[in-house]
Write a protein that binds this ligand. Structure first.
Ligand code: AGP
Length: 613
C-alpha cells in the first residue's frame, strides 16, 4: 500500500505535501517524492528510504523551489521494482510535461509496457506505475485535454489505482481518479487537498468528498468537479470529516503502538456501552445493520489475513460452541484459489481492519458472486471492502496508525463476541444463566485489562531479559491457540526475532526438536479443559531445558516452579480469556522491539494494509 497526496492553494505547497505524507507514513516507507508545479514546469524531489530523507533532500535543494501553486506527493511500499530513487514516485512522461503518483497495482503493465516501448516510449524505472504515465501521455498527445486523456487512459489499465496527475500545459489543476484504491478530496476555501486517507487532511479541512471507483475529479483551488469515466458530471455529497486531530497524535507515548495498546480498555467500554449494556438486557445491535437471519445460516466462513485471521480463529472456537453452526476459517489468499463450498446458504464474514487488504477483498468478492451473504467486520467503514457487504460491523476502535495491529485485534475479538451473543439470543442456543455469565464476564473486561496494563513495567523487565534470543516459540490450546499465533506474529513483525506459534499438542510432533536453553517458550494458559494438558506440555518443555514464560489467567501455586517468568492476567472465563491474555504479549513484543531499537511503528518491509495480492 502506498500513500498519495495532492494540494492546490496558497499555502507553502512543499510543506503541505510533506505534512500529508508524514501522516500517511504508516502506509509504506520505502521511498518518497513530490512534484511542485509553478506553472513553468515541475520541480521533482525524490528520496529512498524513510520520509525524513525526502525532507533532507528538499531542505538541501530549497533554492530550486520557486512559487509553486500546486503539487502531488507519494510515499511508497514497493510492489514492482526495488525501493530505489528511480522507482520512487512521482513519475514523468518522456517530455517531462505530465507527472503522476499512484497507489495500487497495474496488473496488465507488462503487455502495455511492451506496446509502449514498441512505440518509442522510454522507461526509466521498473515500476508498473510508469506504464500508466505513458498510457495517459499517449492519449494526451492525441486529444490535448488532460481530463480526457486520463479518462481514456485509465480505461486501458486493469488492477487497482488511485492517481493524482498534473500537466505543465494545464496549470493550477490536479486530476484525481480511482479504481479499487481509496482517494478522498479535502475541501477548503481557495484551496483543496487530495489524499489516500483521512489522516493526511485531519486538522486541515472539515469537509471531504469520498471518490468512488470509476470516478474522476478535476480539482482546482476553487472547484472540484467529479464525473464518471463516460464524462457524466456527478453530484457528490461533501461529508463532515468526523475525526479529530488528536487521532494522529501520540499523546505522549513513545510510539503509536504503545498508545493504541493502552486505548484498549476504553474501546471495550465504549463498544459494550452500545451493545452489552448489562447482564440481563438483550444484546443491542444498535445501528449495526446485522440483517442476517441467524436461524437460516447453514454454514459460516470467516476469511481474513494476518492478525485478523487470528481473530477469526478465536471466533470459530467460540461460535461453534455457542451457535452449533460449522465455521470454516481460512486465509483469504488460500480461499481465493481453491474450489470451496461457499453457496447461497453461506454466511461469509470478511474481517479486515483497514478494509483495503487485496486478498480479503478478492475473497469476499468471489464469495458474493457465489451467492453468499457477506458480513464485513472492519475499522474503516469508508474502505473498499465495504462495497461487497450486505452487513457491516464497525470496530469503532478509531484510526490505528501503528503497522502492528493491537487495538483493532481486541476490537475484532470483541465484535465477534457480542455478535456471537446476539446470534445466541436469536437462536436461543445457550441457557439464560450461561448467557448472563458471559455478559458479566465481558462487562468486567475493561477493568481487568487496565489491571494487566498496570503490569507494563514488569513485562518490560521480562522483555529486556528475552531480547537476546534469536527465536521464541509460543504454545497454547483451544481458543488461545490463536493467541499463541498472534503473540508470535506481534513479536516477529516488530522485533525481527523469529517467533512461531503452535497448538501445544503439536509440539511433540516435531517442533520439540527445536527446544534447548536457547529457545524460550511462551505458554499461554487459560482455565478449563485444556489447562491440565497445557501443564504437561510445559513439563515436556522444561525437560528440554528451554526457558518457560507463562501468560496465564490461572492462579496455580503448584505450577509456578515451572516458569522462569509469569505474566498474570486476572481470572476470567475460558472463552473470554483471549481478550485478556493477548495484552501481555502485545506489551512483551513492544518492549522487546523497542529495547532492540526497532522502528516499532514502521517495521521494515511492512505496510499498514497490503493492497496487493
Ligand atoms: C498485523 O499486526 C499485521 N499488520 C498484519 O498481519 C495485518 O493484520 C494483515 O495485513 C491484515 O490487515 P487487515 O486487517 O487490514 O486486513
Amino acid at each position: 500500500m502506498c500513500g498519495i497526496v495532492g494540494y492546490i492553494g496558497n499555502n507553502a505547497v512543499a510543506d503541505v505535501l510533506l505534512d500529508g505524507l508524514k501522516s500517511l507514513e504508516y502506509r509504506g516507507y520505502d521511498s518518497s517524492g513530490i512534484a511542485l508545479n509553478d506553472n513553468a514546469g515541475f520541480d521533482v524531489f525524490k528520496a529512498g528510504g524513510k520520509l525524513n530523507n525526502l525532507f533532507d533532500v528538499i531542505r538541501n535543494d530549497a533554492q530550486k523551489i520557486k512559487n509553486p501553486t500546486s503539487g502531488i506527493g507519494h510515499i511508497r511500499w514497493a510492489t514492482h521494482g526495488k525501493a530505489t530513487i528511480d522507482n520512487a514516485h512521482p513519475h514523468l512522461s518522456n517530455d517531462g510535461k505530465l507527472v503522476l503518483v499512484h497507489n495500487g497495482i497495474i496488473e496488465n503493465y507488462k503487455e502495455l509496457k511492451a506496446e509502449l516501448e514498441q512505440e518509442g516510449f522510454v522507461f526509466h524505472s521498473q515500476t508498473d506505475t510508469e506504464t500508466a504515465v505513458h498510457v495517459i501521455d499517449r492519449e494526451y498527445k492525441k486529444c490535448g485535454s488532460l481530463e480526457e486523456a486520463v479518462r481514456r487512459g485509465v480505461q486501458k489499465l486493469s488492477g487497482a489505482f488511485a492517481f493524482c496527475i498534473m500537466h505543465k500545459d494545464e496549470a493550477d489543476k490536479i486530476i484525481a481518479v480511482r479504481k479499487n484504491a481509496p482517494l478522498i478530496i479535502g475541501l477548503s476555501k481557495n484551496e483543496n487537498y487530495i489524499a489516500s486517507d483521512i489522516p493526511a487532511v485531519i486538522g486541515k479541512v472539515k469537509k471531504i468528498i469520498y471518490l468512488n471507483d470509476g470516478e474522476l475529479a478535476v480539482v482546482t483551488r476553487n472547484s472540484v468537479v467529479v464525473s464518471d469515466l463516460a464524462g457524466n458530471i456527478l453530484e457528490k455529497k461533501a461529508e463532515n470529516i468526523g475525526f479529530n486531530p488528536e487521532i494522529i497524535s501520540k499523546h505522549g507515548y513513545k510510539h503509536f503502538m504503545l498508545k493504541e495498546i493502552n486505548e484498549q480498555p476504553d474501546i471495550v467500554r465504549k463498544v459494550l456501552a452500545r451493545h452489552v449494556k448489562d447482564v440481563f438486557s438483550p444484546v443491542d445491535a444498535d445501528g449495526v445493520n446485522l440483517n442476517i437471519d441467524w436461524n437460516k445460516v447453514e454454514n459460516i466462513s470467516i476469511i481474513a489475513c494476518g492478525t485478523s485471521l487470528h481473530a477469526a480463529m478465536v471466533a470459530k472456537y467460540i461460535w461453534e460452541d455457542w451457535l452449533g453452526i460449522p465455521v470454516n476459517v481460512e486465509a483469504a489468499s488460500e480461499y481465493i484459489y481453491r474450489k470451496n463450498t461457499t453457496g447461497k446458504g453461506s454466511l461469509v464474514i470478511g474481517i479486515s481492519q483497514s478494509g483495503e487488504t487485496a486478498d480479503t477483498i478478492t475473497a469476499v468478492k468471489q464469495a458474493k458472486e457465489k451467492g453468499a451473504k457477506i458480513l464485513i467486520v472492519t475499522n474503516r467503514e469508508d474502505s473498499s471492502i465495504v462495497r461487497y457487504a450486505d452487513s457491516v460491523l464497525p470496530l469503532e476502535a478509531g484510526i490505528e496508525i501503528s503497522v502492528a495491529a493491537t487495538k483493532s485485534y481486541t476490537a475484532q475479538l470483541l465484535a465477534m463476541y457480542w455478535v456471537g451473543l446476539y446470534a445466541v439470543e436469536q437462536r436461543n442456543s445457550l441457557s439464560a444463566k450461561n448467557l448472563a455469565d458471559l455478559k458479566q464476564g465481558l462487562l468486567e473486561l475493561p477493568a481487568k485489562m487496565e489491571e494487566v496494563l498496570s503490569n507494563a513495567e514488569k513485562i518490560k523487565q521480562v522483555a529486556e531479559n528475552l531480547n537476546k534470543y534469536k527465536s521464541l516459540i509460543y504454545i497454547a490450546r483451544g481458543a488461545n491457540q490463536a493467541s499463541a499465533l498472534e503473540g508470535a506474529l506481534k513479536l516477529k513483525e516488530i522485533s525481527y526475532i523469529n517467533a512461531n506459534g503452535y497448538a501445544a499438542g503439536e509440539l511433540k510432533h516435531g517442533p520439540i526438536a527445536l527446544l534447548d536453553e536457547n529457545m524460550p517458550v511462551v505458554a499461554v494458559l487459560a482455565p478449563g479443559i485444556t489447562y491440565a494438558k497445557m501443564l504437561s506440555n510445559c513439563e515436556e518443555v522444561k525437560a528440554r531445558n528451554a526457558k518457560l514464560i507463562a501468560v496465564t489467567s490461572v492462579k496455580d501455586k503448584a505450577a509456578e516452579s515451572l516458569f522462569e517468568y509469569i505474566l498474570p492476567v486476572p481470572e476470567t472465563e475460558e472463552h473470554l480469556s483471549p481478550l485478556l491474555l493477548n495484552i501481555p504479549m502485545q506489551l512483551l513484543a513492544y518492549y522487546m522491539a523497542d529495547s532492540l531499537g526497532r522502528e516499532v511503528d514502521q517495521p521494515r518491509n511492512l505496510a499498514k494494509s497490503v493492497t496487493v495480492e
